[in-house]
Design a protein around this ligand. Sequence first.
Ligand code: ADP
Ligand code: AMP
Length: 210
Amino acid sequence: MNIILLGAPGAGKGTQAAIICDHLKIPTISTGNIIRAALKSGTEMGLRAKSYMDEGKLVPDEVVIGIIKERLAEDDCKNGFILDGFPRTIPQAEALDKMGVVIDRVVDIEVSDEEIVHRLSGRRVCESCSASYHVTFNKPQEEGKCDLCAGTLIQRMDDHPNTVNERLNVYHEQTEPLRDYYAKQGKLSVVSGEGDISEITRLTLAALEA
Ligand code: ADP
Ligand code: AMP
């Protein structure tokens, strides 16, 4: 099954993708994680993306479309995948269609802007495996340490309040129109992203089975 998780930054896409990919045995592809890894290893693409990310802007379409093209061609995507953070613009969605990638289901995880600000200000991520935690809503067993790989938890640069507002603006302007795009294709399910993580997983899995 080829799945897209849509939603604002901080809606819980990564948290849900980690649970669902375990359930369905398909990989999660996060363009944000791929770009951060490229930046860490100092590649040209990573360095080019940095200024956009730091300002809360989107990296140019041709860069992320190139990343996705390469990643979807890998063997582990043959039986399906979960896209987390791609597409984020209409041209990116059109590029997927043009590539002949058939998307089965798009789940939009809806969270209010006010809640997003709380979530992103308290988000901590593992610097090794990118697992996502929250200082009050989703604590690791041991403070500052990843439950999955014992890596160190850090705060993302772009989770600071000034950048969060810009990321929300960008989301409303450029990403939200994708809801209509996929609704018109009959692929969209909307779930509330507010409430227990396990309840949201239940709703998301139900939407995927519908
Ligand atoms: P995204 O991948 O959509 O940017 P994340 O999955 O990283 O979002 O979640 C953003 C933040 O919100 C993280 O700190 C995460 O632990 C927390 N979070 C995720 N789901 C919930 C939820 N249902 N309730 C409260 N906090 C949540
Ligand atoms: P994320 O980890 O999904 O929140 O992404 C972090 C940042 O990476 C975004 O704010 C963008 O700067 C960049 N990025 C990730 N995915 C995309 C995408 N599909 N299109 C453009 N920029 C992206």
